[in-house]
Write a protein that binds this ligand. Structure first.
Ligand SMILES: Nc1ncnc2c1ncn2[C@@H]1O[C@H](COP(=O)(O)OP(=O)(O)O)[C@@H](O)[C@H]1O
Ligand SMILES: [Mg+2]
Length: 221
């Protein structure tokens, strides 16, 4: 049974009143617990596809099903708990809240759902990624690699079934990038999560169960 399914997705943006067809008839099935890499050149639509699969944006046509539930027609009120509890997202540019400490950033999604163990769990995750001593630092006091490891903890605090990461090492040097990717994959395995990762790192792509490639609006692999 597929945890994530896309059926005939299309996405058209309109720029200067001209349509740009970024995705044309993209379908996929991703089984629970698998590790899937999405590859494709810059501008091929990888970010667009991830935003549709995670319910951050709506397709022009087609359906996205998570746990056999069609999220395409879901209202914001229906989508909010799915995004908060079933999905974790790691962005290329971290997206941490600048006024919150590392620990507060990590706790935030758990506090939204009223989890009384938010603080304990944030502490465990901080320790797990080797940043327990940076808990009270603001993002501005952390390096890029450290920020991304905090973002990874935040994505995992609600134990999501489905983890999306969009070029999470795109803003990092190779050493910090490797630390982030290693921790991402270890944590995915420890949590039994399903991982959909956009990366250009060939070593990581080799470790994936499947590599799907986007080209000219179509997905293959
Ligand atoms: N909000 C938007 N409005 C208009 N065009 C967009 C928008 N987002 C992305 N695009 C265009 O869609 C194409 C795919 O972008 P994107 O999904 O970011 O690709 P990738 O992540 O593979 O680099 C690009 O041509 C980009 O310019
Ligand atoms: Mg992108």
């Amino acid at each position: 049974m597929a945890l994530l399914e896309a059926r005939n997705l299309t996405k058209t943006y309109t720029v200067d009143r001209r349509p740009i067809n970024v995705l044309e008839d993209v379908s996929l099935m991703i089984e629970k617990g698998t590790f899937v890499v999405i590859a494709g050149s810059s501008g091929s639509g990888k970010t667009t596809l991830l935003t549709l699969l995670s319910g951050l944006d709506h397709p022009t046509s087609g359906q996205v099903l998570i746990d056999e539930r069609d999220i395409t027609g879901a209202s914001e009120a229906e989508l909010a708990p799915i995004r908060n509890q079933i999905i974790g997202f790691v962005f290329q540019s971290f997206h941490l809240v600048p006024s919150m400490t590392a620990r507060e950033n990590i706790m935030f999604p758990a506090e939204l759902r009223g989890d009384p163990k938010a603080d304990t769990r944030a502490g465990q995750l901080l320790k797990r990624v080797g940043l327990a001593d940076r808990a009270d630092n603001l993002p501005s006091q952390l390096s890029g690699g450290e920020k991304q490891r905090i973002a990874l903890c935040r994505a995992l605090i609600n134990r999501p079934k489905l983890l999306f990461a969009d070029e999470p090492t795109g803003n990092l040097d190779s050493e910090n990038g490797n630390t982030v990717l290693t921790q991402l994959i270890d944590l995915k395995n420890e949590h039994g999560a399903t991982l959909v990762l956009v990366t250009h790192n060939p070593d990581i792509a080799r470790a994936a169960d499947r590599i799907l490639t986007l080209k000219d609006g179509h997905l293959s692999g």
